[in-house]
Design a protein. Structure first.
Length: 80
């Protein structure tokens, strides 16, 4: 069974709430996610929706979520 793009995406946050793809190991996981997302036809809108839901579930405040979404937009812009 292949990994879901959502789970692969969470790895870019270090499976927590670290800034998206900033640490080298998180960036490597984010690159793996991006490859998987492109192969599955995932849109940037779907990724942003997933990011927001994931970070809200992790208990992040709105300001932190908005900052994190900037990292996601920068990294995943090629999905648009």
């Amino acid at each position: 069974m292949s990994e879901s793009w959502q789970n692969a995406f969470h790895g870019g946050f270090a499976f927590g709430t670290a800034p998206f793809a900033v640490h080298p190991s998180d960036e490597a996981r984010a690159k793996q996610f991006l490859h998987l997302a492109k192969a599955q036809g995932v849109t940037l809108e779907e990724v942003v929706t997933e990011a927001r839901a994931y970070l809200e579930a992790q208990g992040c405040r709105r300001e932190r979520i908005e900052r994190q979404l900037e990292y996601v937009w920068q990294f995943c812009g090629s999905l648009s």
